[in-house]
Design a protein around this ligand. Structure first.
Ligand SMILES: NC(=O)c1ccc[n+]([C@@H]2O[C@H](COP(=O)([O-])OP(=O)(O)OC[C@H]3O[C@@H](n4cnc5c(N)ncnc54)[C@H](O)[C@@H]3O)[C@@H](O)[C@H]2O)c1
Ligand SMILES: [Zn+2]
Ligand SMILES: [Zn+2]
Length: 375
């Protein structure tokens, strides 16, 4: 196995357009696999991490974490994968042996959990370089590259019959929203649900709520175009906070006789966590927060909201354990039990990757799928 030289979209600085560069991709180390990326979609978390001052500036860096691809080579000790296997990547892995992986209660793997330093979990080094200078990873996935190296615990094998240009969405956003609705909130039939932010994550929560038989799914978004999009995923009522002339939580409380059973923060704005908590009902109301904040990662709320019996929970990847749980979501997609294709608003060639960032910044897309060169 030798180093591969290929093209990758490299971010050289905070908020600076990606530059397609020739990068060297090292061979996979023990328990790692090298993947030829086929498709990769852009998630809001990539954009936030790239432009926000709330995070340490780790540049140059290769972003991208919603991806599908084909195994090109395997590192020492890998038995689960072989060359040619189709896979999706995951930003939070499953080692199958740590306290969390064996607990049955959590997907917060202690070994392969979300990587925040831009390095590989195993040796704290990078597998990318440009003329010998290391290039940081993102979430130990870095799929905005023709080839990438991931830990074998951060990839899930899928059948070669699954369309790679669609299934990359299950790598993060769609799965995160469905899991928040099903695994974390465990929405029951007939309930009222309020969803703050109708991007792919919020609309995936809506889809999950509809499939559970929620009777009212209230979508809150400052972008009026999201209402039409929302209807297709089950949103029954739309509130634009700019239009309602009173605090949005008051509107929700009124139309739900005291508050929703479940509310979800899918924006990435910590102030909205309080609004979401105020929008759910006393006694059993649950607020689930999923957003990654662009600024001010601290949250503050009136203690009385909790004394009145409400619960606040957060979740990464909808609580799914990737290896244990994702195959059944892929099956549901293949049986047309869940919508995935409908989130794809744009298909772009790799060289147009900066357009995907612009579309998301401008609120004009749900998911842009970036197609890597076919060669
Ligand atoms: N927890 C996880 O596992 C996980 C996974 C994926 C994404 N995320 C995070 O979830 C959030 C949503 O991701 P996405 O890809 O759907 O993003 P997105 O940008 O496509 O969607 C966010 C939506 O919020 C709306 N919005 C923005 N400000 C608002 C406000 N003040 N009031 C009401 N609506 C507002 C926008 O118009 C947009 O429709 C992001 O913060 C992302 O980083 C978390
Ligand atoms: Zn994501
Ligand atoms: Zn683990």
């Amino acid at each position: 196995m030798s180093t591969i030289t290929c093209k990758a979209a490299v971010a050289w600085g905070r908020g600076e357009a990606m530059v397609i560069e020739e990068v060297e991709v090292d061979p996979p180390q023990p328990m790692e696999i090298r993947i030829k990326v086929v498709c990769t979609s852009l998630c809001r978390s990539d954009v936030t991490q790239w432009e926000s001052e709330a995070f340490a500036p780790l540049f140059p860096r290769i972003f991208g974490h919603e991806a599908s691809g084909i195994v090109e080579s395997i590192g020492e000790g890998v038995t689960e994968f072989k060359q040619g296997d189709h896979v999706i990547t995951v930003f939070t892995g499953e080692c199958m042996t740590c306290k969390h992986c064996t607990s049955g209660k959590s997907n917060m793997c202690q070994v392969l959990g979300m990587e925040r330093r831009g390095l590989m979990h195993s040796d704290q080094k990078t597998r990318f370089s440009i003329k010998g200078k290391p290039v940081y990873h993102y979430c130990a996935v870095s799929s905005f590259s023709e080839y990438t190296v991931v830990h074998s615990g951060c990839a899930v094998k899928i059948s070669s019959t699954v369309p790679l240009e669609k299934i990359c969405l299950l790598s993060c956003g769609v799965a995160a929203g469905l899991g928040a609705a099903w695994k974390v909130a465990d929405i029951s039939e007939g309930s009222n649900v309020a969803i703050f932010g109708l991007g792919t994550v919020g609309l995936s929560v809506a889809q999950g709520a509809r499939l559970r038989g929620a009777s009212r799914i209230i979508g809150i978004d400052t972008n009026p175009e999201k209402y039409e999009k929302g209807k297709a995923f089950g949103v029954t009522d739309f509130i634009n906070p700019a239009d309602c002339g009173e605090p949005v939580q008051q509107v929700i409380k009124r139309i739900t006789d005291g508050g929703a059973d479940y509310s979800f923060e899918c924006i990435g704005d910590t102030e909205m966590i309080t609004t979401a908590l105020q929008s759910c009902c006393d006694g059993w109301g649950v607020t689930i927060t999923l957003g990654v904040p662009k600024v001010n990662p601290e949250t503050k709320t009136h203690y009385g909201l909790l004394l009145s019996g409400k619960t606040l929970k957060g979740t990464l990847f909808g609580g799914w354990k990737p290896k244990s749980d994702l195959p059944s979501l892929v099956d549901m997609y293949m049986k047309k039990e869940i919508q995935v294709d409908e989130f794809i608003t744009h298909n772009l060639a790799f060289e147009d990757i900066n357009n995907a960032f612009e579309l998301m910044r401008e609120g004009k897309c749900l998911r842009c799928v970036i197609h890597m060169p076919k060669k």
